[in-house]
Design a binder for this molecule. Structure first.
Ligand code: GLA
Length: 719
């Protein structure tokens, strides 16, 4: 990579190449984003630019030959433009040209960075583009648009796009709803725009999560895949666009409402970062996101504490006696953090009231929270607290004193959802109110952790008194609030929760270290929710709890072994009224927590792998140590399979090394595994077997016949 007279730039990291053409004063044109092309000289790159240019167009009427990362109509891109906006109808189609040499640098962590400044002097606009390739192969881009003169420039959208090749013929993204997040949906990459838009002011239970385009039939281990994700917790759009001439692009940006961002001379608007990863199979794509998060300055370096959360244990029925009894049992089974959920503040005895009044309830906690916090600390656990700082109940001192701080579109108070409204943090007074109340709590008590909830849409979110759209400002203010609290209380950890997994994105994860993946902790549902949440986040960042024997959201009953083996894989926790558990259950739960702690470095530091099992009734996933000396797999039977249990392949090991494969100690009892199995039908299970990584990946091993809705672990260690 050279910095003088850069016409072509080839960035390479961890098996990814990004070849950029920087010629003719244009914004960078991506000529290749995908597998590593190996070292290429200037001549090779010039050839590549020709080879990767327009291969389409048997018609003289086609003009679009190249698309920059900010697609421009002025360059004959006939799809969605990168910049939309105008000055009362003028300057709506900018033609941005570079204003100096591109700046190429390498950051201390090895990230390769490109900064290109550009302007359209006729439209009085400037645009700075930043593009970074992280050592783990994750690419990210953002743009800053500046109005350099004239009247106000109303920004409609600033989107960034990356081209993908024609063979990316299939799309995968996600939808979902409360207690049922991360439902994958696949479709052919047809002509037109497949756009996922969020207008609810948060990432969404139905978030796109990752938008992937890949070779048809791509799986976890096979098929090339290109994926994008927007690091933003407000309104957004992420889309796949295929033009009639065959060009394909994945794009993303914030979804702005009319008038939401209006730039005066010299004012700027910065887009959120668009993240992008390529890989052979989804596992490689996920690995790039995982490497990125694990390398962030705020990434946790200490083991993730096993968490006891009070919500499904007691709901609003809080008392010192009840919660200390729960804490005692939590400590006994190995919990390391106790999180007091909703119901500790104001008059909050149910969910109709008191959001916004972040002071300890004198009715429930006449002596304050101090005695409970001390009790928890004496048991050797950290103390954490649930808050929902962006929300307000009509029945609250806050709403009575400042009704004008509630979002209100068109003079309407807005529809309630879960009997609550949204506090518009765009009002400095509203911001100061929650900031000061939360800071006061953090000063009064040794609170190591906030579970930060967000249970209502920000739809129809008008900033009073004028009613202007307020989600953009609110989202930035929520980020600032988190940042300021963490700065004021170093070491404070924040979990992002939004009615479960409604705010999971790399924007909020710049300040949070855990997400609550779903309000559903039925392990059968959780297998799916976690599989796909882990597609973006490393397991140590995802809260996974053992619930009660009968799921509160589905009514299903599951053995503790399946509940615990499902929770084992993430940031493990317990959300179950342990005072209702019997002695056997407590002993077994303690054993699962012990196993989690023994394997925690592998579970949270390893490479996530998923098997492309031949049927969808059995799922195989695991983690492989970075040096590939050991691995742990989970084989889960979701339903009875028509062809029987079959053989499972264990991916991700070193093909040439030899490994001992063992099932858990049969003497410990294996609930869910048919009893005759170990001695009869699956000979390897009793004594283990030594096989190469290649054999384990190519051929696999017969699985233990499992009852449906059960799982078992497979330990793999290099010999
Ligand atoms: C949301 C969260 C739950 C719990 C409740 C409390 O639903 O997702 O985990 O904290 O709020 O009201």
């Amino acid at each position: 990579m050279t910095s003088d007279d850069v016409r072509h730039l080839h960035l390479r990291a961890a098996g990814t190449s990004v070849a950029l053409e920087l010629s003719g004063g244009l914004l960078p044109v991506v000529r290749h984003w995908g597998s590593d092309l190996g070292p290429l000289g200037d001549d090779d790159l010039a050839g590549l630019a020709l080879a990767a240019g327009a291969a389409r167009g048997d018609s003289p009427f086609d003009v679009a030959d190249r698309v920059s990362v900010v697609p421009e109509h002025a360059l004959a891109w006939i799809g969605r433009p990168g910049v939309e906006g105008s000055r009362s109808g003028r300057d709506w189609s900018p033609a941005l040209r570079t204003t100096g040499e591109p700046e190429v640098s390498t950051l201390p962590d090895g990230t390769q960075r490109l900064l290109v400044r550009s302007a359209d002097t006729t439209a009085h606009l400037g645009l700075d583009l930043e593009l970074e390739l992280h050592p783990g192969g994750l690419l990210r881009l953002r743009a800053t648009l500046t109005s350099t003169g004239g009247g106000r420039y109303d920004v409609g959208a600033v989107r960034l796009g990356l081209p993908v090749p024609e063979r990316a013929g299939e799309l995968l993204d996600f939808t979902g709803r409360h207690t049922f997040e991360r439902i994958p949906q696949r479709r052919p990459f047809g002509a037109g725009v497949h756009s996922r838009e969020v207008r609810t002011g948060r990432t969404g239970l139905d978030a796109v999560h990752l938008l992937c385009a890949g070779e048809p039939g791509f799986g976890f281990r096979s098929g090339q895949v290109w994926a994008v994700h927007l690091g933003w917790s407000g309104n957004q759009q992420t889309y796949a666009e295929r033009l009639s001439n065959g060009a394909r692009l994945l794009g993303s940006g914030e979804a702005l409402e009319h008038g939401e961002v209006s730039l005066g001379p010299g004012e700027s608007y910065a887009t959120p970062w668009v993240y992008a990863a390529h890989g052979t199979g989804l596992d490689e794509v996920s690995g790039r996101f995982h490497a990125w998060l694990r390398s962030r300055p705020h990434a946790p370096t200490r083991p993730r504490p096993v968490t006891l959360n009070t919500w499904e244990a007691v709901y609003f029925d809080q008392s010192f006696e009840r919660l200390t009894a729960l804490a005692d049992l939590g400590a006994r089974v190995g919990a390391e953090r106790f999180v007091l959920d909703d119901g500790w503040f104001g008059g909050r005895r149910d969910d109709t009231t008191s959001l916004g009044d972040w002071t300890v309830s004198p009715d429930v906690w006449p002596d304050g929270l101090g005695p409970l916090v001390e009790h928890v600390h004496r048991l050797g656990m950290e103390f954490g607290l649930w808050v929902e700082p962006e929300m307000v109940s009509r029945d609250s001192d806050l709403a009575r004193a400042h009704p004008e701080w509630l979002f209100s579109g068109g003079g309407r108070p807005g529809l309630e959802s879960r009997q609550q409204h949204v506090l518009d943090l765009g009002h400095p007074g509203a911001y100061a109110h929650v900031h000061d109340q939360l800071l006061d709590l953090l000063h009064r008590h040794d609170i190591a952790y906030l579970k930060w909830d967000h249970n209502r849409y920000l739809n129809d979110a008008g900033h009073t008194p004028g009613g202007e759209a307020g989600v953009h400002a609110h989202t930035l203010a929520a980020y600032r609030l988190m940042d300021e609290l963490v700065a004021a209380r170093p070491g404070l950890e924040i979990e992002s929760c939004a009615g479960g997994g409604g705010r999971i994105d790399l924007g909020v994860l710049d300040r949070c270290v855990r997400v609550w993946a779903s309000d559903c902790i039925d392990p059968l549902e959780r297998q799916q929710i976690q599989r796909w949440t882990f597609a973006l986040l490393p397991p140590g960042w995802v809260g996974t709890h053992v619930g009660s024997p009968r799921s509160h959201t589905t009514g299903r009953r599951h053995d503790l072994s399946f509940r615990a083996q499902t929770a084992l894989w993430g940031h493990m926790g317990i959300e179950w009224d342990l005072t209702a558990a019997d002695e056997d259950e407590l002993v077994e739960l303690a054993a699962w927590v012990r196993l989690h702690k023994q394997q925690r470095d592998l579970l949270h530091g390893g490479t996530v792998v998923n098997g492309d099992h031949h049927d969808d009734d059995t799922w195989v996933h695991g983690v492989v140590a970075p040096d590939r000396s050991r691995a742990l797999y989970d084989v889960a039977s979701l339903r009875r399979a028509p062809s029987g249990p079959g053989r499972v392949r264990l991916p991700g090991l070193d093909p040439d090394r030899r490994y001992r494969v063992s099932a858990p100690d049969p003497a410990a009892g294996l609930p869910g595994v048919l009893p005759r199995t170990l001695s009869m039908s699956v000979p390897w299970a009793r004594a283990g077997v030594v096989l190469t990584g290649r054999v384990l990946d190519e051929i696999g091993i017969p699985m233990l016949p499992l009852l449906p809705e059960h799982a078992h672990l497979v330990h793999v260690t290099e010999v």
